[in-house]
Design a protein around this ligand. Structure first.
Ligand code: SF4
Ligand code: SF4
Length: 116
């Protein structure tokens, strides 16, 4: 039987805080290719212009806008990668989060949508 906790789903309020935090926007296996294709640019061009080595040197991250900690793909309150967002973005805060995450995220709890 599902617990009450498992039935809660945090609904994003598009505050964009998670697009402005310092740190990596991790690109997992296969996401680099998918995003380059979505942007209709060659893979090497996407890697050269939009990515950097992650802090732990274990793979790629999206870069920030120059002089800020804001993700290069944030456009106002919209993500330019809406249909192909990295898992790090789509998974937060319901599939992964961190201690005290609610202090930095405005998502509100509600019923878990079907299939989520
Ligand atoms: S910090 Fe939370 S509410 Fe704000 S955009 Fe990210 S997931 Fe949505
Ligand atoms: S890829 Fe999109 S959702 Fe993810 S941090 Fe960048 S702007 Fe935000």
């Amino acid at each position: 039987m599902a617990t009450e906790k498992e039935d809660v789903w945090y609904q994003c309020q598009r505050c964009t805080n998670c697009c402005k935090w310092e740190g990596d926007v991790v690109l997992a296996d296969g996401e680099v290719e998918k995003i380059a294709e979505f942007l209709e640019i060659p893979l090497y061009e996407f890697v050269r212009n939009y990515t950097r080595l992650r802090d732990n040197r274990q793979g790629l991250s999206l870069i920030d806008k120059e002089g800020t900690t804001e993700c290069i793909m944030l456009d106002g309150i919209d993500c330019r990668l809406q249909d192909v967002k990295p898992y790090q973005c789509t998974g937060f805060p319901n599939r992964w989060n961190f201690e005290n995450w609610r202090e930095a995220c405005e998502a509100i709890p509600g019923p878990r949508p079907e299939g989520a």
